[in-house]
Ligand binder design. Structure first.
Ligand code: NIG
Ligand code: FE
Length: 418
């Protein structure tokens, strides 16, 4: 897993191991005519100018632009079935209420763990081809102890078989199972499901859909308190459908992230800023549902770190492309190309608790990077709906296109030796 990437026309990356607030959201380090040395899967050295001598495989970027591998901090990528009929119905003017989640629950319950893995694998590989090297995946289409655990086992198996970093989140509180009274399911979540998931190390975070028609603020508070007690990090699906005070709750609990926020209130923004909670914005869902976009400028102005994700799911956001999300964030949320790149790298990494490992190109971090078929990072959101990821390196291995053996060897000196 040693590699030299040279001939980098522009190397653009955020700097640091934690989120950058306010104007710093738009700060990038830009190097020209750069190279990057990987040793044992991590970045060992970044320099400018003449290509160093290196005995391992070498990748010539041919003057192209290199950024960190993209981090998608919010997906529901494990599911069975399709909701294309909901998509068609929306074209007739029907509104999304979230009730279609139960269709996916039915199909997901009927699928085996192996089937879920087989369905999700090509979805994740398509994300990798689009430049995404780290993906958070939520459960929440099982809504029973066995089916939620089945989903999280599928995430674990997918992570073992793919060159991407997957981050599992338990989201048993995504909807209410039709067969149980509400209070009984909440008791099951708090007393059985959360303790079991935490005990078996199946998830790193717990997320609750705190919104109109779903979990109330008080219910979400109780579920998240149990999650915290069992050592899980906290996330909140907050104020997507209506301003219910979910962002305020995320701030009160110092959650790692509050996600969606289409209808976040002023008080909610203040609460997130006070707590240092990352706002994970998902403009793909606003685009698909034809809803107002989340207020990125207000959040950044208030000092809330903003991350961007796809929300990839079969209902509200069948969007797998983070580059498309970056385009929407520039055009519809008025974020700068610098801010969106930080949002889908360092800040997204912070939203999944990995800002010390991925999200920027700096010595010590995992060698996850994308060579874009562009001259500058500004062109990534500019060329809309195209896949410009020319090469993807994950953990120091060239994984897209996947012909690492074909790379020419470098010169005799071994930069990784000492
Ligand atoms: O993030 N908001 C709740 N959950 C998903 C929707 C899932 C679905 O429609 O299946 C979301 O938008
Ligand atoms: Fe979601």
């Amino acid at each position: 897993m040693d590699l030299l990437v040279y001939g980098i026309g522009q190397l653009a990356s955020p700097v640091g191991w934690e989120p950058r607030r306010g104007p710093a959201q738009g700060e990038l380090s830009i190097r020209r005519d750069a190279y990057l040395v990987v040793c044992e899967g991590r970045i060992a050295e970044i320099g400018e100018g003449r290509r160093p001598r290196f005995s391992g495989p070498a990748l010539d970027a041919g003057g192209r632009c290199v950024t960190p591998g993209l981090v998608d901090p919010h997906t529901h990528a494990v599911f069975a079935g399709s909701r294309v009929q909901e998509f068609v119905a929306r074209a007739r003017g029907e509104r999304y209420t979230g009730s279609g989640i139960l269709n996916t629950v039915g199909a997901t319950r009927a699928a085996s763990e192996e089937e879920l893995v087989a369905l999700a694998r090509p979805r994740l590989l398509r994300m990798l081809e689009l430049g995404t090297t780290t993906v958070e995946v939520k459960s929440g289409y099982g809504l029973s102890p066995a089916d939620e655990v089945k989903m999280l086992h599928a995430v674990r198996r997918l992570g073992e078989g793919l060159p991407m970093t997957l981050v599992p989140t338990f989201m048993g509180a995504h909807a209410f199972p039709p067969e149980l009274p509400r209070e009984e399911y909440e008791r099951l979540l708090v007393e059985e499901m959360i303790p079991a998931v935490a005990r078996d190390g199946l998830a790193r975070f717990c997320d609750v859909f705190c919104d109109e028609g779903f979990y109330t603020v008080d219910e979400a508070r109780a579920i998240l308190a149990a999650a915290r007690e069992h050592g899980l990090g906290l996330k909140v699906h907050a104020d997507e459908l209506a301003p219910v005070g979910a962002a305020e709750l995320a701030g009160e609990l110092s959650a790692v992230s509050a996600e969606h926020l289409l209808h976040v209130s002023r008080e909610g923004i203040q609460a997130l800023a006070r707590a240092g909670t990352v706002a994970v914005l998902l403009p793909g869902a606003a685009f698909v549902l034809d809803e107002p976009y989340p207020p990125a400028r207000d959040l950044i102005a208030a000092g809330v770190p903003v991350a961007l994700g796809t929300d990839f799911n079969p209902g509200s956001s069948p969007v797998a492309s983070l580059p498309l999300v970056l385009s929407l964030a520039v055009l519809k949320m008025k974020m700068s190309p610098e801010e969106v790149l930080v949002g889908a790298t360092l800040h997204a990494a912070a939203a999944v608790g990995l800002a010390d490992k991925v999200g920027s190109l700096e010595p010590g971090k995992r060698a996850d990077l994308v060579v874009w078929d562009t001259e500058s990072y500004e062109e990534i959101p500019y060329w809309i709906g195209q896949n410009l990821a020319w090469a993807v390196v994950a953990g120091g291995r060239l994984v897209v296109p996947s012909h690492v053996e074909g790379l020419p060897r470098g010169a005799e000196e071994d930069r990784c030796a000492d």
